[in-house]
Design a protein around this ligand. Structure first.
Ligand SMILES: [Zn+2]
Length: 206
C-alpha cells in the first residue's frame, strides 16, 4: 500500500540529496534541516534576511577593494611591478583581445555585483518586515540565474595555480586586493549558508 503524498506545494526537496520533506512556516527561532544529510532547508525569516542583506553589502565593499587596490606585486632582478585586477583586465582592452577584457570584468566583477544588488533589492524590505517590492520575484530569479556565472572564487583559484608557475621566475607579493578577494569568498560562502530559497520565495509570495 502506498502512502498518500501531501500536496506538491507543501513539499521541499533537499538541494543536495533530493530527499523530499513536508514543509511548513517556522517560528522565528526554529530552523529546518534535511533529515538525511543535514543541509539547511528553511531558515527563520527576518533574521536570516538581515544576515544576507548585511553580507551582500559587505561583499560589495570588499569587491571595490578587490578590484582597485593592488592585487599582486612581482619583482625580479631589481625591477618591480604592482597591478590591480582592473588594470590587468584593461591591459587587453584594445585590439582583438578586447572581448576577453569584457568577459573578465563581467565574470569576476559586474555579475557578482549585479547579484548582490538584486539580493539586497529583494530582501531589504522583507528584512524590515515590509511586503516585497514590485519586481522582487524577477530580481530574485535573476540573482539565482546569475549564480553559476559569478566566478570571483574561480578567479582566485586560477590565480593560485598561475602563481605556482610564476613563483620560480620572480618574487611575488600579495597586495591588499588579494586578501579582499579571499575575504569575499568567505562572505559569499556565509551568505549561501544563511540563505534559504524556499523561505525567500515563500516571503515574496505573501
Ligand atoms: Zn539532504
Amino acid at each position: 500500500m502506498s502512502v498518500p503524498l501531501p500536496p506538491i506545494d507543501e513539499l521541499i526537496a533537499c538541494p543536495r540529496c533530493d530527499t523530499l520533506h513536508q514543509c511548513r512556516v517556522l517560528a522565528e527561532t526554529e530552523r529546518a534541516a534535511c533529515a538525511r544529510c543535514g543541509t539547511l532547508l528553511i531558515t527563520p525569516r527576518t533574521r536570516s534576511f538581515l544576515h544576507v542583506v548585511a553580507l551582500s553589502f559587505t561583499a560589495m565593499i570588499l569587491m571595490v577593494a578587490a578590484v582597485f587596490f593592488p592585487f599582486l606585486g612581482i619583482s625580479s632582478h631589481g625591477l618591480s611591478h604592482e597591478s590591480s585586477v582592473f588594470e590587468a583586465a584593461m591591459a587587453f582592452s584594445d585590439g582583438w583581445l578586447a572581448p576577453l577584457s569584457l568577459a573578465v570584468l563581467l565574470a569576476i566583477v559586474l555579475l557578482p555585483v549585479a547579484r548582490f544588488i538584486a539580493l539586497i533589492y529583494t530582501l531589504w524590505p522583507l528584512a524590515n518586515g515590509r511586503p516585497a517590492l514590485r519586481h522582487a520575484a524577477f530580481a530574485f530569479r535573476f540573482a539565482e540565474e546569475l549564480q553559476p556565472w559569478s566566478m570571483a572564487e574561480i578567479f582566485v583559484i586560477g590565480t593560485g595555480v598561475a602563481l605556482v608557475k610564476v613563483a620560480g621566475l620572480a618574487e611575488i607579493s600579495f597586495g591588499p586586493a588579494f586578501w579582499a578577494f579571499c575575504a569575499l569568498i568567505v562572505v559569499t560562502v556565509l551568505k549561501t549558508a544563511f540563505m534559504s530559497k524556499w523561505t525567500i520565495w515563500e516571503a515574496i509570495g505573501r
